[in-house]
Design a protein around this ligand. Structure first.
Ligand code: MN
Length: 219
């Protein structure tokens, strides 16, 4: 591996902050950009985010927002739709759908002993075997040991607090005012679309670069 790995948290349509962050980290031709999912929805322009991702040959991982849009496209079952889904759905072009369809669930870099994923993993089970409903959505673990949303289970334990790798996990999905760095994981969704910041985590140097949101776009 010659270049750097540049992982970026949930962009959610914040194309200006994404462009500014790319300027700051200035990816070279040997660097690999990894976007941790939820590129789309909520923010100002999902199409522009996908265009930038494509132009930079980013490796993009599936987020729960992309998963929901892809499912709706297949089933037309609107009962699972949320917030800005329909507006995003109508704007996505054929090349954007192809981009979403090609997103991976996880990305493993053996020589860094690191896995990249949108949401996280259920501790105590092989991470390679965990499906989209877990890895794109998990935030906490409920009292039955099941994956859950933080909002539905405020007393649940954060999955990362119970995760004792290896591998080291780099993830997004759980927005926080600051990065959440533990021995075996780092959460880098710093809530850009809600007026926080957009974070890049650069390996192997383990450096963070952040761009402040121009404003709060959502809710
Ligand atoms: Mn998410």
């Amino acid at each position: 591996m010659n270049g750097r790995i540049i992982a970026i948290g949930d962009i959610h349509g914040c194309h200006q902050e994404f462009a500014e962050l790319l300027d700051r980290v200035a990816p070279g031709k040997d660097d690999q950009l990894i976007l941790l999912g939820d590129l789309v929805n909520r923010g100002p322009d999902s199409n522009k985010v996908i265009d930038l991702a494509r132009a930079h040959r980013a490796l993009s991982l599936l987020g729960n927002h992309e998963l929901r849009l892809l499912n709706y496209r297949k089933t037309k079952d609107s009962s699972a739709l949320k917030e800005t889904d329909l507006a995003t759905f109508e704007k996505l072009r054929p090349e954007d759908w192809a981009y979403l369809e090609a997103m991976s669930l996880t990305h493993h870099i053996e020589e860094l002993n690191t896995v990249f994923v949108h949401g996280g993993f259920l501790p105590g089970q092989p991470w390679q075997k965990q499906g989209a409903q877990i890895v794109t959505r998990i935030q906490v673990i409920d009292e039955d040991g099941k994956p859950a949303r933080r909002a539905d289970c405020p007393d649940g334990r954060l999955w990362a607090d119970s995760w004792s790798g290896p591998p080291f996990v780099v993830y997004g999905h759980t927005p926080r005012p600051e990065v959440y760095k533990l021995k075996w994981s780092v959460g880098i969704d710093t809530a850009c679309v809600m007026g926080g910041s957009l974070t890049a985590f650069i390996l192997p140097e383990k450096r963070f670069v952040q761009v402040k949101a121009r404003r709060r776009y959502y809710p």
